[in-house]
Design a protein around this ligand. Structure first.
Ligand SMILES: *Cc1c(COP(=O)(O)O)cnc(C)c1O
Length: 360
């Protein structure tokens, strides 16, 4: 006997999605972004599945990079935010980690370190996101300082978009224009594109793509998009119905009594809750799938359980599998019901959810 919560991860879908990213920019290289435990999918399993075809991986911090090395992953690993302190530099030197440099203090640390190896450095430019990176007018002198270091094999200019998931907004075109004003004549390689830009902003492809979310098969766009429509969801989160009851008109269901039965209602209780990472703020009406049919969440999500309205699915039984999102129900359809984006639905799953991997 065991609790029936599970996340099934289709590694073939991840390979398909990676190839779809590459196909958008055949002359560029694509670093597979596997930070945050590969957006909850399992960094080691995902990296092993992709390693034969990727030139590099990308992670948020050195702990994530070391986890991949400990598992035997050998390809270069980009540190998207660079080093958080200079004690990390010996590992950059010995482990084939490719650091970003986004600030004066990181550059100083690199200038003062005694490095033996040579590696590319991603110089981060702030073209409008205003989170990390050098202002454009500082960049030429930073490039010069990096090029003076014997450990730097190549300077790659990098920037990140704030609104590339909004194809109708001019912000991304403005960021590209700002970036190209610097990079265009520099002769340096460039890296701009997250998933949304890989799919929707071909002028941002340049030399290195950085697809993350799209590898896992969820669209960052609110509307249909021709490339995103070809993505295959990699993770299916599911559980089982553990109880069913009839609840009378006027009765309330769950903590806070937020769901009121307006008809004789057949409530199913399922083994999934915010302790598994499913968002507590999923509203009444959030879809789940039972026997191929969408049925609504009814009542607040609690830590280990949630309740769903099975009135319109009389054939539902205890033990039926319930899909929270995945192959039958895109995470991008569920996310707005929880005031969030598909990124958090997959990334926030807790270790209590066992992951099962499929290669077929
Ligand atoms: C996370 C991240 C990415 C990937 O973004 P997606 O929207 O998931 O494709 C790319 N670049 C940087 C710098 C990041 O931090």
């Amino acid at each position: 006997m065991s609790r029936k919560v599970r996340a099934d991860v289709d590694l073939n879908a991840i390979r398909h999605n990676y190839r779809l990213a590459c196909a958008q920019a055949p002359r560029a290289r694509a670093a597979a972004i596997v930070k945050a435990n590969a957006y909850g999918h399992g960094a080691i399993a995902v990296a092993r599945a992709l390693e034969p075809e990727v030139p590099a991986f990308g992670v948020a911090c050195i702990e994530e990079a070391l986890e991949l090395r400990a598992a035997g992953i050998r390809k270069p690993i980009m540190l998207l935010e660079g080093c958080f302190d200079e004690a990390e530099l010996p590992l950059v030197d010995s482990q084939d980690f490719w650091p970003a440099v986004h600030s004066e203090h990181q550059l100083c640390a690199l200038e003062q370190a005694q490095m033996k190896s040579r590696f590319p450095v991603f110089l981060k430019v702030d073209t409008g996101m205003h989170r990390l990176g050098f202002a454009p007018d500082q960049v030429p002198s930073m490039v010069e300082r990096l090029q003076a270091l014997s450990c730097v094999s190549e300077v790659i200019l990098m920037t990140h978009f704030a609104r590339s998931d909004e194809p109708d907004q001019p912000a991304t075109a403005q960021q590209i224009e700002c970036f190209e004003a610097l990079a265009g004549s520099s002769g340096l390689a460039a890296s701009l594109s997250n998933s949304a830009a890989v799919m929707a902003w071909p002028t941002a492809h340049r030399n290195w793509l950085r697809p993350g979310m799209m590898l896992y098969g969820a669209t960052p766009f609110m509307a249909p998009q021709p490339v995103a429509d070809q993505l295959q969801p990699a993770m299916t989160l599911s559980t089982e119905i553990i109880a069913i009851r009839e609840v009378a008109v006027g009765e309330r269901v769950g903590y806070g009594g937020t769901f009121v039965c307006e008809r004789p209602t057949r409530i199913g209780t399922i083994a999934m809750g915010y302790g598994d990472g499913y968002p507590r703020h999923a509203r009444n009406g959030t879809p789940v799938v039972v026997r191929g049919q969408r049925v609504p969440v009814a009542g607040r999500v609690s830590m280990d359980m949630m309740t769903i309205d099975l009135t319109d699915l009389p054939e539902a039984r205890i033990g039926d599998r319930v899909e929270l999102f995945g192959k039958q129900l895109p995470a991008s359809e569920v996310a707005p019901w929880c005031d969030t984006i598909p990124y958090t639905l997959v990334t926030c799953l807790t270790p209590r959810v066992p992951r099962y991997y499929h290669h077929e």
